[in-house]
Design a protein around this ligand. Sequence first.
Ligand code: AVJ
Ligand code: FE
Length: 438
Amino acid sequence: ADHSDRDRTRARIAEVLSRARRRTALLTDSVDEADLVAQHSPLMSPLVWDLAHIGNQEELWLVRDVGGRDAVRADIDELYDAFKHARSNRPALPLLDPEQARGYVGSVREKVLDVLDSSDLAGNPLVDNGFAFGMIAQHEQQHDETMLATHQLRIGAPVLSAPPAPTAQVPVGGEIVVPAGEFLMGTSADPWALDNERPAHPVRVDGFAIDVAPVTNGQFLAFIDDGGYDRAELWSERGWAHRSEAGLVAPQFWERDGDGWTRTAFGVRTPLRLDQPVVHVCWFEAEAFARWAGKRLPTEAEWEKAARFDPETGASRRFPWGEDQPDAHRANLGQRHLEPAEVGAYPAGASATGVHQLIGDVWEWCSSGFEAYPGFRAFPYREYSEVFFGGDYRILRGGSFGTDEVACRATFRNWDHPIRRQIFAGFRLARDLREDEL
Ligand code: AVJ
Ligand code: FE
């Protein structure tokens, strides 16, 4: 049994590593050399930095640490240390050129596959159940999503394409009431869960109502048409200051077209699709919309309870639908489509409480900041999570159409500054229960 478990884990590792690498190759081979080294936005690294950084993290953890092998390139660690150079300064660094970067990540991967072959995937917390390999696959996929956001910011002829996302299968709308009570938040069991998702701990959540679907373009348009961007009373003080300074008038990548609106995605400009979740809004825009709608953003605990709590058993699920990995019928993940799917497109992905599309489509802003769970221990390095706790960040949950399933589950935590909107983020609404609903 031990042997076959190990073989299954090895096969899964090989699969997730190669899927990540195919995606990295697609994102970096689809543009020319000038595009690879260019800075498409001061918010982003040049694509060629992400590429070599992916290889460098893989070398640090899997070749040197897990494998105990000699360095492939000990001389470049500093260049690809995200804490040493701000994204806006990375184009000026003496980076590996595209050919060197491709060669580098290829040599690292060759060694890693050899390390994988000879590792028994047990004996210390770093390798137990293949953790470090899973962590590195998640790291590559997270950078792939970041590179996808760079592609969205890039000006020029389209280079990426994908079939359109599914349309509604069932009508969805309204809200679900989740009664007060305790649930198990976070995980201690998931072998590849990252440090910030751990440990599992009981949380009591007051009763709340949460929307069945994320807020759509059509709903967001109604906020704009009602003067939402011009009414200070709908915005927090910080939100209004930001809206004014940044000149926000609509989600990023929306453009007026006569009486209507278009949206440009990956170089293709199309009429706005009203039933798709809104994407590319910052936390402050979500907050103002919620106030306009007479609701609020969910807390992180509310979001996770809506996604995981099974009222029948009292247990917390790994995904809204259960324990199985996502597939194309349950969620819009993995860059299979280059847009969110219409609300109602994934009835098979609903949670036990009846909430749809919590996984995939758009990251969902929550009201909460990024904090450690009780009992948190930084692992294997403080710079993944711990140094960000308590900073000026807001939680994002559920993953987007650009998130791979290996880096997505109902416990997975993402975070960003409340002004950021180049990420694939939208939101859904929640509210407190009224007296008569308690
Ligand atoms: C968890 C998405 C905020 O991209 O900054 C990548 C993930 N950490 N390399 C980020 C990450 C180190 C991180 N986020
Ligand atoms: Fe990184």
